[in-house]
Design a protein around this ligand. Structure first.
Ligand code: ADP
Ligand code: ZN
Length: 221
């Protein structure tokens, strides 16, 4: 089962992917998390990727695509994965189709998360992440705060704001890139008949956890 989480920044992709992963056992493959882990460990890949990420630009495909391809061959991915943050362009989607085809697989389901723009920016500014790379739980100081300020409920590590979430230029750049490069994927997957659109918004009192719970029920049927 290959599931893709699609949606702009701050729509809850990572939160939903994490919850669904825990229930189904399909690993969450977040390209952003893999890059951040490499950056914190100062690997060669991390040093290269950091140049692009800190300014809110996409990391080039020469780095990103082989990294995902490799991840899909890991033992834990044999039954399926939840892709979070990949693909982000039509070219990446086509490359993903190719690599899955070679493995005798295909994309089964694409969850397209939609949130109003004002809420998106607010959610990015109030997002906090656990600094423990094994945990990486995502909080929101307004909507889903930790019990103790600045501390992860699950593992007790410190929470922090991502650098690209505190820089308004990087935020705007990321949203621009989403509109221009990533949003065409909605049509790409809709045409294949595998797209499911979910609104996540305070307006309708539907948050990422609600979408995750419905998705888990659907997958367990
Ligand atoms: P967000 O969706 O909130 O921007 P992510 O954690 O998904 O955060 O990604 C963080 C950054 O990592 C992106 O801004 C981009 O620079 C890089 N990145 C993540 N996924 C990809 C991808 N599929 N292709 C290119 N760059 C990526
Ligand atoms: Zn934690």
């Amino acid at each position: 089962m290959i599931i893709i989480m699609l949606g702009a920044q701050g729509t809850g992709k990572g939160t939903i992917a994490g919850l669904v992963s825990k229930e189904t056992g399909f690993p969450q493959v977040s390209t952003g998390d893999i890059f951040r882990k490499n950056i914190s460990e100062k690997t060669e890949l991390g040093i290269k990727a950091d140049e692009y990420i800190s300014s809110g630009n996409l990391v080039p495909d020469e780095i990103t695509v082989p990294m995902v391809k490799d991840r899909l061959t890991w033992e834990d991915a044999v039954n399926g994965v939840i892709l979070d943050g990949f693909p982000r362009t039509i070219e990446q989607a086509e490359k993903l189709d190719e690599m899955l085809k070679e493995m005798g697989k295909k994309v089964d389901l694409v969850i397209n998360l939609v949130t109003p723009r004002e809420e998106i920016i607010d959610r990015m500014l109030t997002r906090r992440v656990c600094t423990n790379q094994e945990c990486k739980t995502i909080y929101n100081i307004k909507l889903n705060p930790p019990k103790v300020e600045g501390i992860c409920d699950k593992c007790g590590s410190k929470l922090k704001q991502r650098e690209d979430d505190s820089d308004s230029e990087a935020i705007n750049r990321r949203l621009e890139i989403y509109e221009e490069k990533t949003s065409p994927l909605v049509e790409y997957y809709d045409k294949k008949g595998i797209l499911k659109t979910e609104k996540v918004s305070l307006e309708i009192n539907r948050m990422g956890v609600d979408v995750a719970n419905d998705l888990i029920k659907m997958l367990q049927k």
